[in-house]
Design a protein around this ligand. Structure first.
Ligand code: SF4
Ligand code: SF4
Length: 158
């Protein structure tokens, strides 16, 4: 049986059914690049991880720490990536309502291991804030026809 999200993205779900809701498989929900998780969580990196990222960015370790880490973090064995008032300092706007990580290829392990999911509050916040779509307790994405159609097209382009 076709994956419901793939059916949704490819448009094989009928307009009539798309107008009300569709059932998303929480295990395959894609990141919609809303950036909410990067604004909520402040990421901790080990010293070796910080060294790796600094090296890949062509920077001296302590220069990297001074420029990119939060000086208030008290643990000398690790660092906290800096935040602006709004989000991680590496979060960039890529397009209208779409964000990207400026160090995506060398991003910290905790960012690499984080996966999107319809039951995650951060992803639900992104769906509501940018797409006017809510998630039911059963994992259904619910919204008006226009919102669901826009999201379907966006997911289809990912
Ligand atoms: S390093 Fe990149 S992926 Fe991780 S929180 Fe910052 S912007 Fe998000
Ligand atoms: S909150 Fe979820 S959908 Fe939004 S950027 Fe993070 S993982 Fe992706």
């Amino acid at each position: 049986m076709a994956n419901p999200l793939e059916s949704f993205a490819s448009g094989t779900v009928t307009e009539a059914s798309a107008k009300s809701s569709f059932v998303a498989d929480p295990t395959v929900f894609p990141c919609i690049r809303c950036g909410v998780c990067c604004s909520i969580y402040q990421v901790r990196v080990s010293r070796s991880e910080a060294e790796r990222i600094a090296d890949r960015m062509g920077m001296n370790y302590w220069d990297w720490v001074g420029h990119h880490c939060d000086p208030r973090w008290p643990d000398s064995r690790s660092h906290l990536i800096g935040h602006t008032d709004e989000a991680c300092i590496f979060l960039e706007k890529a397009d209208v309502d779409v964000y990207r990580c400026a160090i995506y290829d060398v991003r910290p392990d905790s960012c690499r291991n984080w996966v999107a999911g319809v039951f995650k509050p951060a992803c639900q916040e992104g769906l509501t804030r940018f797409w006017n779509i809510r998630v039911s307790s059963r994992g259904q994405l619910e919204g008006d026809g226009d919102s669901l159609t826009r999201l379907r097209r966006f997911i289809g382009m990912l």
